[in-house]
Design a protein around this ligand. Structure first.
Ligand SMILES: Cc1cc2nc3c(=O)[nH]c(=O)nc-3n(C[C@H](O)[C@H](O)[C@H](O)COP(=O)(O)OP(=O)(O)OC[C@H]3O[C@@H](n4cnc5c(N)ncnc54)[C@H](O)[C@@H]3O)c2cc1C
Length: 442
């Protein structure tokens, strides 16, 4: 069944009212959330919690085992350049200008920064990265990273491409999860209008039904193939619409296992509460919640918009508050492991260590199917490969798409890895440590 605009409004309202009903329940109870009997599915889960080797993120030998000396040297020079704040800042303008005037810069980008952070331009080109990650026990999440195109034909094509990632994952344990962004399937302005509660014109209603239908086709493909599908989180002013869509997909497809995952951005001060309410909703409605926990990627944009439009910032007052919220969200998922499947999407070592410790404390298997660690390709290999080596479920986002289309993604990665207050970026530090261990020269 397709979700119509009216159905959406109705379920959105129900979700919201149930959220406010469950709010009191959640906060009124001394033990939150209420105990729940494990489902049949959970009883069947293998619980081998015996630690293989002690977990250490300092082991650069394991972290870079998949990289030949030449790869490591290339990564070294790449991060040396990226680390220079000035270059990372002017890089995007120079690159865009060079492309505009027709300089053949794309092959240079493809051989350097693209090669480090992306799997290829097509699914077929990602095959070698899938193999390399799998040899280190790390799964792949094919992430079609084309951004900024707003056209119905492009939305249809993106939907087809995401379906192809699910079909590629079907039956291949090396690709345990898949992902998509709702803004890849529908116009931002339309989602924004819905989020603001504004009335849609008849043609906009039809447009939104097409968005719903694309989301539903993707989730149904995941359901039929038994391949989990994650919905990325985006800006707050379209996120309620995304949340409602994701919850509806979970009601439909998460009856037996977590196949659809929504994303919770813990830099938002309201998101621990949302997570708690959604866990309770799942428990009372009889589905399993899928939750990807991240800190959030749109910090500056969110703060700037709130300031410009004069509304209270949706963001936590400081980094420490975000970290605390992240810890609380992880704890909450672990406490409710029977009714929540979750993915910790983070490069933060303390968060990963905390989660690993929590699993041990609770006697939960390292490879419990409801728990995944996840990082981005080309970043924090010390976390991904050491976690995988210690027996935890780990998968990396492997972005792919035409070079020009993934440039915004690459610029964000570059910006993220510049030196902060004169300190060397963490990636560069790790690469230098491994170069020293291998006795590599400049
Ligand atoms: C697998 C994966 C999937 C992801 N999916 C999404 C997604 O769907 N949507 C999305 O938005 N992001 C997503 N991200 C990005 C993520 O939200 C973070 O931006 C990024 O991972 C950095 O946070 P961290 O936990 O790795 O580590 P850290 O480096 O410890 O944290 C940095 C983060 O802390 C927060 N922060 C920094 N300063 C402040 C401050 N002053 N006040 C409050 N908070 C602050 C910000 O969120 C910042 O990004 C994903 C990341 C990964 C690894």
């Amino acid at each position: 069944m397709l979700i119509t605009y009216e159905f959406y409004l109705c379920t959105y309202a129900t979700t919201m009212s149930r959220r406010s009903q469950t709010k009191n329940l959640a906060h009124g109870s001394s033990v939150w959330p209420p105990e729940k009997k494990p489902t049949k599915y959970m009883q069947n889960i293998k619980t081998d919690s015996s630690p293989r080797i002690p977990l250490s993120f300092e082991n650069t030998k394991i972290a870079f085992k998949h990289q030949m000396d030449a790869d490591l040297q290339r990564a070294y020079w790449l991060f040396k350049i990226i680390n220079v704040n000035f270059l990372a800042k002017i890089g995007p303008s120079i690159t865009n200008f060079a492309i505009k005037i027709g300089l053949p810069i794309q092959s240079l980008i493809k051989a350097t920064i693209f090669r480090h952070f992306c799997g290829g331009e097509t699914i077929a080109e990602c095959e070698s990265v899938i193999g390399v990650l799998a040899r280190g026990g790390v799964g792949t999440i094919l992430d079609y990273s084309v951004e900024g195109e707003e056209d119905e034909l492009v939305f249809d094509a993106t939907c087809e491409e995401i379906i192809q990632t699910i079909k590629r994952a079907d039956g291949d344990q090396r690709i345990p999860l898949t992902v998509f962004k709702v803004t890849g399937l529908g116009r931002f302005g339309l989602l924004e209008k819905l989020d603001a509660g504004q009335a849609l014109s008849p043609s906009e209603k039809a447009e939104f039904e097409r968005v719903n239908s694309r989301v539903d086709r993707i989730c149904k493909t995941g359901y039929d193939a038994g391949v989990p599908v994650m919905v990325d989180a985006e800006e707050t002013w379209i996120q309620d619409t995304i949340d409602s869509l994701a919850i509806e997909m979970m009601r439909k497809y998460n009856q037996k296992k977590p196949l659809i995952f929504n994303t919770y951005q813990l830099y938002r001060h309201d998101k621990v509460d949302s997570l708690k309410k959604d866990i309770l909703l799942a428990q009372t409605s009889g589905f399993i919640l899928g939750a990807k926990l991240v800190r959030g990627a749109y910090l500056e944009k969110e703060c700037k918009r709130a300031q410009e439009l004069g509304y209270p910032s949706p963001i936590q007052p400081n980094k420490q508050a975000t970290d605390q919220a992240y810890n609380e969200a992880v704890q909450c998922c672990v406490n409710n492991i029977a009714s929540v499947g979750f993915v910790a999407g983070t490069h933060n070592e303390t968060s990963c260590k905390r989660l690993a410790d929590l699993l041990n404390e609770h006697g939960i298997a390292h490879n419990h199917p409801h728990v995944y660690f996840s990082q981005l390709l080309g970043m924090s290999d010390n976390l991904s490969f050491n976690l995988a080596d210690a027996g935890y479920n780990v998968a990396k986002y492997v972005p792919y798409g035409p070079v020009k289309a993934v440039l915004p993604y690459l610029f964000r990665r570059a910006q993220e890895n510049t030196s902060i207050a004169g300190q060397m970026g963490r990636e560069l530090k790790l690469i230098i440590r491994e170069r020293t261990r291998r006795r590599l020269q400049n």
